[in-house]
Ligand binder design. Structure first.
Ligand SMILES: C[S@@+](CC[C@H](N)C(=O)[O-])C[C@H]1O[C@@H](n2cnc3c(N)ncnc32)[C@H](O)[C@@H]1O
Length: 257
């Protein structure tokens, strides 16, 4: 299991060790630049120290530090979970291994197209979430309601900005529809989107279904990427189709930390 992160989750303020990568025969310039960026990224270094499978872990840590949805006892669905950083964070925060004595024990269900190395405390399945019947399959694995549905799903980049934007919005919409089916009233939906034109409809729908919808770029999200996260809190319940101004009906299974 990942060690709890050291106090500074931002990855900033560390010694500036700029590693220069020399170009090598057979390696493309883009690969050289990628390698250089990885070697100089403080979040990549911190992920190694803290035992996380990737720097993405800090995005959900930072979002949860702000919104506090990963509470002990919460039941969480993590869509697009490979290699597993978000699951590692969720397992610790919802107490899926029961390590916080006297606190409610949560559940973490991870789904990805790719195979994922097992993570203690998480149940992980390989599945294309866009395949027919995938959401029914996820509901069957979940076996009950969820307090949090989170999605970091991203299709592999096509290099065409608008195409990538449309694809990620499709993934986000599919995740949102699962959330509408499984979330308890008061539940939370978190999903990655790319800034662009197509997300207006999705935002409108989320505003009908949740009491609060915010768009956030956590510090761990690279400044040069158009990625941001929508965090929708206070699910109004399954019958909420219209904007009714209702208050959140409950707080789900989880308890405050
Ligand atoms: C940025 S990675 C997720 C990183 C993860 N949150 C972590 O902390 O390790 C995006 C993932 O979305 C997955 N993905 C993309 N499309 C998917 C789909 N249709 N069904 C399931 N997973 C999908 C990809 O396989 C990829 O592993």
């Amino acid at each position: 299991m990942a060690k709890p992160p050291t106090k500074n989750t931002s990855g900033r303020g560390q010694r500036d060790l700029t590693v220069k990568v020399k170009t090598a025969r057979g390696r493309k310039m883009s690969s050289t630049l990628w390698l250089q960026r990885q070697l100089n990224d403080p979040y990549v270094r911190r992920a190694k120290t803290d035992g996380y499978r990737g720097r993405a872990a800090y995005k959900i840590l930072e979002l949860d530090d702000k919104f506090r949805f990963l509470v002990s006892g919460a039941r969480v669905v993590d869509l697009g979970c490979a290699p597993g950083g978000w699951c590692q964070v969720a397992v610790g925060r919802v107490n899926a291994l029961g390590e916080k004595k006297g606190k409610a024990v949560g559940k973490v269900l991870g789904i990805d197209l790719q195979e994922v190395e097992p993570i203690a405390g998480a149940e992980i399945h390989q599945l294309d979430f866009l395949a027919d019947g995938a959401d029914d399959q996820v509901k069957a694995w979940l076996g009950g309601p969820a307090d949090v549905v989170m999605s970091d799903m991203a299709a592999s980049a096509s290099g065409h900005k608008q195409t990538d934007h449309i694809r990620i919005i499709a993934l986000c919409e599919a995740a949102a529809h699962l959330a509408f089916d499984v979330l308890v009233p008061g539940g939370t939906f978190v999903a990655k989107v790319l800034a662009g034109g197509a997300e207006g409809e999705l935002q409108k729908l989320l505003k009908q279904k949740f009491t609060k919808v915010e768009n956030v770029k956590p510090p761990a999200s690279r400044a040069d990427s158009s990625e941001k996260f929508v965090v929708a809190t206070g699910f109004r319940g399954q019958s909420s189709g219209e904007m009714d101004g209702g208050a959140p009906v409950g707080t789900g299974h989880g308890e405050p930390l």
